[in-house]
Every structure is written in structure tokens, then in C-alpha cells.
Design a protein around this ligand. Sequence first.
Ligand SMILES: Cc1cc2nc3c(=O)[nH]c(=O)nc-3n(C[C@H](O)[C@H](O)[C@H](O)COP(=O)(O)O)c2cc1C
Length: 186
Amino acid sequence: MRLLCLSGSLRRESFNTKLCHEIATVAGEGVDVAVATLHGIPLYNADDEAADGLPSAVAALKEKVVACDGLLLSTPEYNNGIPGVFKNAIDWLSRPTSDIGRVFGGKPVALIGASTGGFGTVNAQTAWLPVLRMLKVQPWFGGAFRLSKAASAFDDDGRLADDVQREQLRAFLAGFAAFCCCETQR
Ligand SMILES: Cc1cc2nc3c(=O)[nH]c(=O)nc-3n(C[C@H](O)[C@H](O)[C@H](O)COP(=O)(O)O)c2cc1C
């Protein structure tokens, strides 16, 4: 099973990108988690799309989403909401509208996130829900993972320092992978 974990931050030392890499390390047998980022995706401009179609970085990321059996979105939280760069990327991936079904339709999707605040992206994860509904994905709500106080959660090697949190992440991924397995067998 191939899962894709998309980090919603461009920051070099992003806690969300670290979380994506961490979740790849706790994957069980037969589950492969690839990590993707938003680098190279320009600001959406309908004039540019009309003139040139999809930028190559957008087209490449779209095909990664198509190819995966399940998509994890690791969202930062900005001002209680979705960071603009992450929403911008998903907006690009939803173009053209006629392609939404191929890219997202029925795709198992789960939300995770890391923030430096005390609530671990609970507001950002909630803010994604109407977007997921619009994309007609299959959201998984069988578990939750929100990493609060992220600035002190990772060690010098970029690994989650707390064994309890690692186990929570492993259980979360196992649940999501089982869900993806059911969905792909339908
Ligand atoms: C514009 C802005 C708004 C932010 N708003 C929130 C917030 O509402 N809640 C929160 O917990 N952290 C907030 N933060 C702090 C982020 O959690 C922190 O920058 C985190 O490192 C972002 O994720 P990243 O490390 O993956 O880039 C905000 C940061 C920025 C730059």
C-alpha cells in the first residue's frame, strides 16, 4: 500500500515535514509512506492557468496523489486556520474542476498536524473539512493526531522524542492504513 504524506509548510525545519518523515518510520509491513512538500508550487492565478495550463510542479504532485492509496495532509495552523500556501496548493490540485474526480474522488484522506501552540492544529484540521467535502474524498475520522508544543517535541535528529507520541502516531497510521485497504478493495 502506497500512502502519501503532504507537508503544508515550506519551512526548512518545518515540524510538519518532520512529522511526515516520522510517520513514514512507524509504518507497518506492506505500508509505504512517501513524503511530499509544496516546493515549486506558484500562487494560483487563473490567467496563468488559462495561458499555460498547470505548472509542472502542480502536475507532478497531482500524479503523486492519483498514484497513492491514501493521502495524509500534515497541516500547520496559522491564525486558527489553514496556512495560505497549503490551501493554494490544494486549490491548484483541484484544477481543472473536471479532474477532481480522478485526483481526489473517493480518495482516503486523513489529517494530522503540528503546531507550536497548545492545541496542536485542532482549528486548522477543522478548517480543512469543508475543503475535503468539496473534493469528494473519503475522510478518515477513526483516529486523530495533533502535535502541540512542536518546538520541543523533536530531538536533534528531527525524530519525535516521546515514545508515547510515537506509539500514538503508529496506531493512528495503522488505523488509517486499514481504512485505505478497505476502500481500495471496494
Ligand atoms: C502567521 C502565523 C500564524 C500562526 N498561528 C498559529 C495558531 O493559530 N496556532 C498555533 O498553534 N500556532 C500558530 N503559529 C505558529 C505555528 O504553529 C508555527 O510557526 C509552526 O512551526 C508552523 O509549522 P511548521 O513548523 O511546519 O512550519 C502561527 C505561525 C505563523 C507564522
